[in-house]
Design a protein around this ligand. Structure first.
Ligand SMILES: CC(C)(COP(=O)(O)OP(=O)(O)OC[C@H]1O[C@@H](n2cnc3c(N)ncnc32)[C@H](O)[C@@H]1OP(=O)(O)O)[C@@H](O)C(=O)NCCC(=O)NCCS
Length: 177
């Protein structure tokens, strides 16, 4: 049985990063993440068209975390509280002790190893605190940066593909069993 309780919010720290709760002060960065063409090139979701949309999204995520339906961190560098990316665990399943992971970085923060550091901490949290035995990621076949990140984090590409959306996503899985 998974331990899914996100109150109080689990702030995570790594050598370079603080992973904290999302707040309405992050509205501008969330707007960029959810509207920028480069960030969204391989992601299947409704875009944000305004700061108001970003604020609605933040409210939705706050509720999701409060209801323990998912956990969503704002990634920040220690030196500065500004959000540089996000990372989340969601779709928890008590049947096979599994969840899904998602992540994104603002374009200015790509190529610095930030997501690898964040992913490693979130995976450890998922395994040690929540009790996950497996984590899945669905990624577009041409999303090379994402596939590279997953393989560096010991995820293995699965034979099956996810065809629930217009895009055919490749499934990567990190399994402890
Ligand atoms: C997926 C995504 C987060 C990967 O970002 P990223 O910057 O490539 O990943 P990291 O932050 O881990 O950085 C790794 C890169 O930094 C480099 N790097 C530089 N300094 C480093 C350091 N100190 N430590 C580790 N890596 C370092 C690595 O060599 C690597 O570069 P490479 O890919 O050329 O080999 C990013 O492409 C993104 O936000 N995409 C849009 C959203 C998206 O598609 N999300 C996934 C949906 S499934």
């Amino acid at each position: 049985m998974l331990t899914i309780t996100f109150t109080p919010f689990p702030v995570l720290k790594t050598e370079k990063l603080t992973l904290r709760q999302l707040s309405l002060n992050d509205d501008k960065e969330i707007f960029v993440l959810r509207s920028d063409k480069q960030v969204n090139k391989y992601v299947d979701r409704d875009p944000c068209n305004s700061i108001e949309d970003a604020r609605k999204f933040i409210h939705k995520i706050t509720e999701v975390v409060k209801q323990n339906e998912g956990i969503y961190w704002a990634i920040t560098l220690h030196a500065n509280d500004n959000l540089v990316g996000t990372i989340c665990l969601f779709n928890f399943s008590n049947v096979n002790d599994q969840a899904e992971i998602g992540y994104e970085l603002l374009p200015a923060f790509l190529g610095q190893g930030i997501m690898q550091e964040a992913t490693s901490k979130v995976i450890a949290f998922g395994i040690d605190v929540i009790g996950l035995k497996a984590i899945e990621a669905y990624t577009h076949p041409e999303n090379k940066n994402s596939s590279k990140l997953l393989m560096k984090s010991n995820f293995k590409k699965q034979e099956n593909i996810d065809s629930n959306s217009d895009n055919m996503f490749v499934v990567f899985k990190l399994s402890l069993t």
